[in-house]
Design a protein around this ligand. Structure first.
Ligand SMILES: Cc1cc2nc3c(=O)[nH]c(=O)nc-3n(C[C@H](O)[C@H](O)[C@H](O)COP(=O)(O)OP(=O)(O)OC[C@H]3O[C@@H](n4cnc5c(N)ncnc54)[C@H](O)[C@@H]3O)c2cc1C
Length: 287
């Protein structure tokens, strides 16, 4: 009879060796476990779990030139308490503040939120508008590859990661010279401990009267989080009049493809997304 196996490597090299020794390579990567433990009853009895949370190389936040490097096993609370993240990536702080509870945030990792690949994952929309890159380690080739985060997701709970590949780093470019507006808001059943029905992340740069550029990503309203590029293109270079805002709301409604599920209806998700965009653009005008 097979039984569940559990490994906890301390280095990436140890991870590679453990992986090489597993015959059928059907492993489950475990980081904070806050998503995985919820579905633990579905785990097969012969699952091979590799807990990467003890790998020191996967922890920490470092500023390197014009980028911030975050180890994938860095917890949400470590990010929340980081002065580097507070000063340089406030949109991520806005998002994490809305996530789960103190206890969950002490275990939950940024790599796990990305690896879970939920369209409702709250760190994902900010990371997408920030044009984040993801560093991935392959135990098969013993190599590291880097991809834009937007190419990591292939569907709800599905990624383009190959067998055994793990996310090792999240690399966020910094926009040093500019006074950037940032916005994150999610709508759920209640204010705390709530799963997103729909969310919106935005960063933007404006001159005195016009929007120079804006980057938008909507959460929980399409199979994968993606940029709202038609809406961005429409808003770019315009003055935010009520007519422009109303037209932008109609464009974003056409860019999303929400479904009706246990948490919300398609129609309500469309309405929320339009209203979030209005709220975001109104905040931009007040600024
Ligand atoms: C009560 C509660 C409230 C929650 N609230 C929120 C919320 O408000 N917003 C939100 O977005 N989420 C929420 N979550 C979900 C969860 O806490 C987050 O998604 C968390 O960031 C997952 O991280 P983890 O380290 O616990 O992941 P794990 O559970 O360890 O892993 C999650 C998935 O990612 C994979 N994975 C983990 N690390 C890596 C890696 N380095 N490389 C490749 N794949 C990897 C795993 O194999 C698994 O498929 C909540 C969960 C609970 C239980």
């Amino acid at each position: 009879m097979n039984s569940m196996q559990y490994y906890s490597p301390n280095t990436i090299n140890e991870y590679r060796k453990i992986y090489s020794g597993i015959a059928d390579k059907s492993i489950l990567i475990f980081s904070g476990g806050t998503d995985l433990m919820v579905g633990r009853h579905e785990l097969s009895q012969d699952a091979v779990i590799i807990d990467i949370s003890g790998i020191a190389e996967l922890k920490g936040i470092v500023k390197k030139g014009d980028k911030i490097h975050i180890g994938s096993c860095t917890t949400l609370n470590e990010l929340l308490c980081s002065h580097k993240i507070q000063n340089d990536i406030p949109i991520l702080i806005k998002a994490i503040k809305t996530m789960a509870s103190e206890q969950i945030r002490n275990r939950a990792t940024i790599g796990g939120n990305i690896g879970n690949a939920s369209p409702a994952g709250d760190t994902i929309t900010p990371l997408v508008v920030l044009e984040t890159k993801i560093e991935i380690f392959s135990p098969e080739s013993n190599e590291v590859r880097t991809i834009p985060i937007k190419t990591l997701f292939s569907g709800p709970s599905a990624t383009t990661l190959e067998k055994g590949e793990i996310i090792i780093k999240i690399i966020i470019p910094l926009r040093k010279d500019e006074d950037i507006f940032c916005y994150f808001r999610k709508i759920g059943q209640r204010n705390a401990m709530t799963i997103t029905k729909a969310s919106l992340s935005a960063i933007a740069k404006c001159s005195d009267t016009k929007i120079e550029w804006i980057k938008l990503a909507s959460g929980s309203v399409s199979p994968v989080v993606k940029r709202m590029s038609k809406t961005e293109e429409f808003i770019k270079g315009k003055k935010l009049t009520p007519v422009v805002i109303n037209e932008a709301k109609e464009i974003i409604a056409k860019e999303i493809s929400p479904i009706t599920d246990i948490r919300s209806t398609k129609a309500f998700r469309v309405l929320i997304t339009k209203n979030l965009l209005k709220d975001c653009l109104s905040a931009l005008i007040k600024r």
